[in-house]
Design a protein around this ligand. Sequence first.
Ligand code: ATP
Ligand code: MG
Ligand code: FE
Length: 341
Amino acid sequence: QYILGIETSCDETAVAIVKNGTELVANVVASQIESHKRFGGVVPEIASRHHVEQVTHVIEEALEKADMTMEEIEAIAVTEGPGLVGALLIGVNAAKALAFAHSKPLVGVHHIAGHIYANRLQKEFQFPLLSLVVSGGHTELIHMKDHGEFEIIGETRDDAAGEAYDKVARTLKLPYPGGPHIDRMAHEGETNIDFPRAWLESDSYDFSFSGPKSSVINTLHNAKQRGVELKDVDIAASFQQSVVEVLSTKTHKAAKEYGVNQVIVAGGVAANKGLREALEQKFEGEDMELLIPPLHLCTDNAAMIAAAGTVAYNSGHRAGWDLNGNPSLSLEKYTKRNQTL
Ligand code: ATP
Ligand code: MG
Ligand code: FE
């Protein structure tokens, strides 16, 4: 069973083909980072224009890489939301056109469900599981009792982890996206600055990253006024430690409380070396399996959309020709839709 996935929710035009929901056959990602860099972030109009220009080529390239024709594809899965509305629409309409032209069924996929299912291309899920989602727009702890069931047990109350990384990077005048630069610098610096950790209420699995982010900005500002030299690498190391400590501690606590079999990490910040190391340490000797996707499946790609789409498709979900991009699609709504079939 081959499913073709299309992802255009942000600044990556991506198409992939996945076999049986678990095996990666082809994975093509056309990144627009170069076009957005000089603006220090993603410009929605530019993103949409790139998607329009790229999407057809990327579909062809994925089929070529897989050495397959559309006849062999069973269904088309596409990111329905959340994301930039103009960007989502390009993918949704490309998917609809492709499905219509080749008489194939169509499935709408939640972008974050996709990030989680990137892990299934590595290893079969063992429920119940806990997923830590850390991306550019989301920071969530998600409990899953079964396929397609996403229960959010904690989430950020302000900035997402990736967003905080990018804003701190911007303050340090690093290029967009700043996460990978901070990560690299963190390993060259010392954790000698005490940025606050937002633990919130002791029974809460929620997060908050605007505090640490503002604290970095204030610390830099004060140091400058007092003529104190702070090393950028030390700021990076200290900031990274404050984020990673909270993420790994809350994940560990939730995993124990929910008694899960697997802990899986998802989203762009899952590429973070400091986070990967901290989680490996926390779960060493624990009776649960820690899954972290390979780097190329952490950030946006369509393999994850095809993988999550396979599950929705096999549970009977079909999108109609009225499928639309939904910039604020919630995981709750997505879960309910998969269950009411
Ligand atoms: P969302 O998935 O929430 O809609 P998005 O798709 O923009 O948001 P992703 O593509 O999953 O986000 O991840 C991009 C984010 O990951 C950026 O904020 C980037 O800085 C961050 N990131 C990537 N690599 C690293 C790293 N090594 N360390 C920290 N952050 C990283
Ligand atoms: Mg991106
Ligand atoms: Fe993403």
